[in-house]
Design a protein. Structure first.
Length: 144
């Protein structure tokens, strides 16, 4: 007489198995979310860098024209119509110009207000502002 022994397979998760799955998913998200945010911030910064380079080129053209005489002190003095890129319908940065520097400062559309970087005319380099907001928002390695 052989006894038939059946092994019953549990169709339910135990509490420990459920907690392990939640922990693994949580660890995965803690690694993925910061990488995604860095990638998005770097893409946003790319718009500002391109526009600052356009402004710098136009400023050099303005300076090289003998009729103008000196660097422009206002963006309206430059021929920027349709040359600046923006994300969707809005600019993520506000741009200002001095005789030696183009400054890009983040606005509400960026998500962080007041982070700045500079481009020194006529041929660079780029540099982050020395304030806390700029250092927390931008990685210096993102700048060209």
């Amino acid at each position: 007489m052989s006894e038939s022994t059946e092994i019953k397979k549990q169709a339910e998760f135990s509490l420990i198995e459920l907690l392990m799955i939640i922990m693994i998913v949580g660890i995965a998200f803690t690694l993925i979310i910061p990488l995604k945010q860095d990638r998005e911030n770097k893409a946003k910064l790319a718009e500002g860098v391109r526009n600052v380079q356009v402004i710098a080129r136009e400023d050099v053209k303005f300076y090289d024209n003998p009729d103008n005489g000196y660097y422009a002190f206002d963006l309206s003095m430059l021929d920027l119509d349709g040359k600046l890129e923006k994300t969707g319908d809005v600019f993520l940065f506000d741009y200002s110009l001095t005789d030696s520097t183009v400054v890009a400062t983040t606005n509400d559309n960026f998500g962080v207000v007041g982070a700045s970087f500079f481009y020194y005319l006529p041929q660079g380099p780029f540099q982050l502002a020395e304030d806390k907001v700029s250092k927390q928002t931008f990685d210096p390695n993102w700048l060209p």
